[in-house]
Design a protein around this ligand. Structure first.
Ligand code: NAD
Length: 330
């Protein structure tokens, strides 16, 4: 049994290296998720086998040495996953049990599309953008300040007033579908290797040592949370915080909505699933977060993810054959 455990861990470490360090995934995400769940189920059955270096306990991968490293003052975590309606109802039940809320008490969730790009932290001091960093392994990321400065939807100076003196904004940098198609058409015309998917194209474009290359790629940033905040106050719900960020010129997702309970989350999930292919960007699921910040704080975190959020992933769409058929650019 422990042999199987080590085999699954090694497999995931290899997939992680290819995906996060080389930006060159070898298997579809659904296959990664399948192996991850298998390992997680084994570890749930035998918690005594969990080690801190297990892929279930870690976020992303260590930053590339070619970039200056940035230590995150607040860790940048991953998200737990749900794959079914049942998973979503269990999620709500876990939350209610922990918060000691009865069935009658409403529990609101903020819903946002899960953009498939790369997680980034932006640090603003007195409204000026002073640093951009990747998530890296959650504790240490890569300094990509010069690269993020080339992304048009990232304000170099916040608009309006009332923002905290120190404000860390987090979000996803992604490549809209149209830019991805154009980029790959141009690559094929030149006889270069195309990118495997928009996520890969965004990661490859952003983690460039030459920011001029980043500037030529049409990337966008959508903000979905805050990190360090000092010298000012923010509203007390997730939704209101994001709406506040929008007033300061930061881009937030137009599809964001607040619903009640897992039932409301599932209705949102179904409605957006139907429109998924009409969106201007690729998404791989929906993220649901407890909307009340005081409740989020009571719920806290486990090793690699907050307890108060979950990513409900869409069923697999990606075909293995695509990954294997063409040699892709990294
Ligand atoms: P994740 O992608 O499942 O979820 C966490 C990430 O979601 C955050 O870091 C953030 O970047 C992103 N996100 C997008 N929209 C968000 C929103 N509105 N609010 C909050 N976060 C939002 O977790 P992960 O740790 O980044 O990656 C793990 C996943 O990556 C796996 O489940 C798998 O699908 C994929 N992966 C694939 C391979 C492969 O070889 N194919 C390897 C490693 C990881």
């Amino acid at each position: 049994m422990t042999q199987l455990l080590e085999q699954l861990r090694d497999q995931l470490r290899h997939y992680n290296y290819q995906y996060y360090v080389l930006d060159d995934p070898q298997v579809p995400d659904a296959e990664y998720d399948r192996v991850f769940r298998q390992l997680k189920a084994l570890e749930d059955e035998h918690p005594e086998w969990i080690t801190p270096d297990s892929p279930t306990q870690r976020v992303g991968a260590e930053p590339l040495a070619a970039f200056t490293q940035v230590r995150h003052e607040m860790p940048m975590l991953s998200l737990d996953n749900a794959f079914s309606a049942e998973d979503m109802y269990s999620f709500e039940k876990r939350l209610r049990d922990r918060l000691k809320l009865d069935e009658e008490t409403p529990l609101a969730f903020a819903c946002e599309p899960k953009l498939d790009g790369i997680a980034v932290s932006l640090l603003y001091e007195n409204g000026q953008l002073i640093r951009g960093a990747t998530r890296g392994d959650g504790s240490t990321g890569e300094d990509i300040t010069l690269n993020v400065r080339t992304v048009e939807s990232i304000p170099l100076k916040l608009m309006g007033s009332g923002y905290p003196e120190r404000l860390e904004v987090r979000g996803e940098i992604y490549m809209p579908r149209r830019s991805f198609t154009r980029l790959n058409e141009a690559a094929l015309k030149r006889g270069d290797k195309p990118f495997v998917n928009p996520r890969n194209a965004a990661a490859g474009s952003l983690r460039q040592l030459d920011p001029k290359i980043t500037a030529q790629r049409s990337l966008e940033m959508c903000c979905y949370s805050v990190g360090v905040v000092s010298g000012g106050e923010l509203p007390d719900s997730h939704e209101a915080i994001l709406r506040k960020l929008a007033t300061w010129g930061l881009k937030i997702n137009a599809e964001m909505a607040v619903v009640q309970g897992a039932k409301g989350c599932l209705e949102y999930f179904d409605a957006l699933s139907e429109r998924r292919n009409q969106l201007a960007y690729e998404i791989d699921g929906i993220v649901f977060k407890v909307n009340d910040i005081a409740l989020q704080q009571r719920l806290g975190f486990v090793s690699r993810a907050p307890r108060w959020a979950i990513a409900h992933k869409f069923p697999a769409q990606e075909e293995m054959t695509i990954v294997n058929a063409i040699e892709f650019q990294v």
